[in-house]
Write a protein that binds this ligand. Structure first.
Ligand code: UD1
Length: 417
């Protein structure tokens, strides 16, 4: 078992190049199923979830080969259509094969992922939309069993702009008969990425990046070579790290508009931010001011940066209120932050954080990917030594996490215990 050992107190300085987005690449890998033949994805991050998705695609009959940051996926003419529980339980995002399997095979048996450490995470919007498109879906023995004679386009008004549901509908609709309209669709950059890839494969999609997406079904798609959009959450994590530890950082590969609100919040903490093209420069010379944050779907503040901002507020000047609107259990990690001396009180969707001048190092447990990142950032500024357990969560979503921080001057080591 690996742990991270951190000696707090170093400022951070240097440059980072941000890899492809975890929350995009997994869906793009699933989308390759829509066209038999060889598809290639570039800018693929070196993370555990990509390994799990590769294994899932292999079980569906694909040949998957990784060469550095490129992944080659050879999709068979007749893929298998079962995603087993042993993989789905490791990675909830496996559910993204549901849409493409129904489109390609007319059937899909996908294990129900269940809840995870950040909340219950329903699938009702995915299922309801597929039913509207003519799919029979039953939940039996822990599996969603989906079947259809032929997908038909439908008008779908989502209760909430769910990222996952928007993706499932997109992948089901691109080769359905007729037109589908998704209203209240998600607008995240990762949604734009998958739409652009599908269009490159021959799909007919209008309204990309807006909350009304219109998909006109085409008879078939062709394989593609596509570059994965860079990870705005990773970029945001490094920017928060510098705002907490102080220093100077240039982040390459992510346009500032993908994290406009987090960057505005960082400016309000006292950080100097300059950006242009795909580069973001962050400089911080003082203890940050606390900032209020409310998580919302894009272009609102991303829930995946909420734990990192709670960590920042824990050492900020003043007090702040953080409101979590997406995942009810995402505040669980504040118990761990409290072990470092943070003063955080939660009540339902709200966390009240009173900033402390100093945190003190302690052993803590990462409970999910972003909570893990938040705890490491807190450890970087805590006095003394912090050991972070449960780092397999961090490895699921951050490529070369320790090496990147070491390159910036942090005193952090991965230790096998
Ligand atoms: C994706 C991201 C996750 C991010 C989230 C919101 C991946 C692999 N994960 O998750 O990191 O935090 O978007 O930006 O891309 N919901 C339902 N019923 C449904 C679908 C969703 O109730 O059918 C609820 C969820 O429980 C949650 C909210 O809607 O409370 C948002 O979920 P959604 O946008 O679908 O997030 P994911 O796609 O699961």
């Amino acid at each position: 078992m690996s742990v991270f050992r951190i000696q707090g107190g170093e400022t951070l300085r240097g440059e980072v190049v941000v890899p492809g987005a975890k929350n995009s690449v997994l869906k793009l890998m699933a989308a390759t199923l829509l066209a038999p033949g060889l598809s290639t994805l570039t800018n693929v991050p070196d993370i555990e979830d990509v390994t799990i998705m590769s294994e899932l695609l292999r079980r569906l009959g694909c040949e998957v080969k990784h060469v550095d940051e490129t992944i080659f996926i050879q999709v068979p003419l007749r893929p298998d259509h079962r995603a087993d529980y042993d993989l789905v339980r490791k990675m909830r995002a496996s559910i993204c094969v549901l849409g493409p399997l129904i489109a390609r095979c007319g059937a899909a048996d996908v294990a129900v992922p269940g809840g995870d450490n950040i909340g219950s995470r329903g699938l009702d919007m995915h299922v309801e939309a597929l039913r509207k498109m003519g799919v029979h879906v039953n939940n039996e023995h822990g599996y969603l069993l989906a079947e259809c004679e032929g997908l038909t386009g439908a008008n779908i008004l989502l209760d909430f702009p769910s990222v996952g549901a928007t993706e499932t509908i997109l992948m089901a609709a691109v080769t359905a008969r007729g037109e589908s309209v998704i209203e209240n669709a998600a607008r995240e950059p990762e949604i734009v990425d998958i739409c652009e890839m599908l269009v490159g494969m021959g799909a007919d999609i209008a309204g990309i990046g807006t909350s009304t997406i219109t998909i006109t079904g085409v008879s078939d798609l062709t394989p593609i070579t596509h570059r994965v959009v860079s990870d705005r959450i990773v970029a945001g994590t490094w920017a928060v790290a510098v705002a907490m530890a102080q220093g100077e950082l240039t982040i390459h590969g992510v346009p500032a508009e993908h994290i406009a609100l987090p960057l505005e919040k960082l400016q309000a903490t006292g950080a100097q931010i300059d950006s242009g093209g795909q580069t973001i420069h962050v400089r911080m010379d003082t203890r940050p001011q606390c900032v209020d944050v409310v998580t919302l779907p894009f272009p609102g503040f991303p829930t995946d940066l909420q734990p990192q901002f709670i960590a920042l507020n824990a050492i900020g000047q003043g007090a702040s209120l953080v409101t979590e609107n997406l995942f009810e259990a995402r505040f669980r990690f504040v118990q761990e932050l409290a072990r470092l001396g943070a003063d955080v009180r939660t009540d339902g969707h709200h966390a009240l954080i009173r900033g402390k001048e100093k945190l003190s190092g302690a052993p803590v447990e990462a409970t999910d990917i972003r909570a893990g990142a938040g705890l490491v950032l807190a450890g970087l500024v805590a006095q003394g030594s912090t050991t972070v357990y449960g780092v397999s969560h961090i490895d699921r979503g951050y490529a070369h996490f320790v090496e990147t921080l070491q390159g910036l001057g942090a005193n952090i080591l991965r230790v096998d215990e």
